[in-house]
Design a protein around this ligand. Sequence first.
Ligand code: M6R
Length: 616
Amino acid sequence: MCGIIGATGDEGVLALLLDGLERLEYRGYDSAGVALDYGHDLYRARAATGTGSLADLRKVVENVPAGVTAGIGHTRWATHGHPTETNAHPHLDCSGKVAVVHNGIIENWRELAAKLRETGHVLASDTDTEVFAHLVEEEMASGSSLANAVRSSLREVRGAFALAVIAASEPGTIVAARRVSPLVVGMGDGDNPMGLLASDIPALLGHTRRFWVLDDDQVVELRPGQMRVTTLAGKVVEPTELQVDWDIEAAEKGGYPDFMGKEIHEQPRAVADTLLGRLLADDTIGLDELRITPDDLRDIDKVFIVACGSSYHAGLVAKYAIERWARLPTEIDIASEFRYRDPVLDERTLVVGVSQSGETIDTLQAMSEARQWNAKVLVISNVVDSSMARVADGVLYTHAGPEVGVASTKTHLSQIVALELLALYLAQLRGTLPAADARRLFGKLEELPALIETVLAREDDVAAVAGQFTKTRDFFFLGRHVGFPVALEGALKLKELSYLRAEGYPAGELKHGPIALIEPGAVVVAVATRTRLWEKMMSNIAEVRSRGATVLLVANDGDEETAAEADAVLWVPETEPLFAPVVDVVPLQLFAYHLAALHGLDVDRPRNLAKTVTVE
Ligand code: M6R
């Protein structure tokens, strides 16, 4: 799981690669590297210093001579081989005349490496990627052009990948291809436009707004002002064009010290935009873009939700909403488990993949599995034309804008909102939602952005509460009903940002084991807003208090009865119980964000993580 970038042109190639790599660092930052084509000669530079990799790479290439005709770059999240400079991309062939960057995994690399060694190739790294440089070398040695050599080599590799290759013998040319992993290509502006490629659109936004998205096993040949897409067999194809209207500013920090802070504050907008145009004046929901017909959805008798991480937590909320309003049995599964447990699916099952990136390999594969059983497959994604959007029968986009911080915030809230819309839409189609209820619920949905603003305006109070817990190493997060996914998400945010032990439990489960861990000094964070099981939640809080726990509660404004049971309170406004997660999770995001800052940690790039997980 890495980011790749490439550019061909007369000038500005290196600066473009370095800036693009900065935007791609959310995909991994174990190392960074570039290979530059000087017309019949390649130059490679790499750095592997974790979060400092790109800064160090910039120093290495500071004084390289002008005259670069093409270049490729890479930012790495290590899978095969330690995160060392030797394993950093780009990888070269034996002669140093072919360079490759790659995102994904070449599954049969061991067998290919063994064959290459038998024929005299010397492989310098422990990576799966390097074999590709040597395969291309072999093909070119027997007279193939770079493009033909890449096409032939691709026929030998198995797995999921996006890769880009340059060769000293073909100055100004980049050949790239994808299978499963994401890759976009574009053309710069001007008379002799640069040919561009990257793992995602924001990496190239400063240079073009017109993109082409490659299908699996398509190969692109880029030269300045020229682009040709072919199949593996070499047949020329017309790629799908995409015009993007995102503002580049939207992908930058906008005055906040980090992306995560900015993205937390963008949540009211993200929620409002996700609702935009979907609540209609006649008290119905309009989801015309779904691509699955109302008749097909009416025929559904079971829903499966599959997702990972924060998206899974959003899916947990949806289970309550779909069962409550649409009266449809709904199961939720962690995507990496789903496809290996023989789920019972048929054409009347709706499988909903939830993924901000639309690229997470576990969710993508779960959706492909569902399609094999003829289930209807829908994805909820934040990225237009993502791999999942292409696999699914239908798409419901969240409109959160690009999220750069590794920890999901605004996309998580937007996912919950999109899933609530889906639940209400299914209810509308099935006739299980009386018009008066729909009207009332729509009003509540429309209030959500303002309620989130209210919580954000209290950020200083949350930061002060976080300051009381700087010595705590272990946290228990408790919730019931829709407060349970909120507890899980609060715990996940704390774990990934602050590296503190934080476990989320359904509070009713506490007495079945975890309560043994409660002793004086334990810290319990509980979601105690006035949702369905508030009274039972208060009993669980009493149980931990009587065993000496310090209790931090998320409580509704003015609820002194709840506050009386707490050592500290994070206040939130009250809303419709099934929408409460959208509001209640916000102070827990802020709590984790400020606690991480107090511990001096980089909230945008937590250790060991990557924004998009494209390996199993
Ligand atoms: O792109 P996805 O929504 O599929 O990503 C799923 C998870 O990897 C993601 O939510 C992850 O758990 C985040 N780091 C949570 O903050």
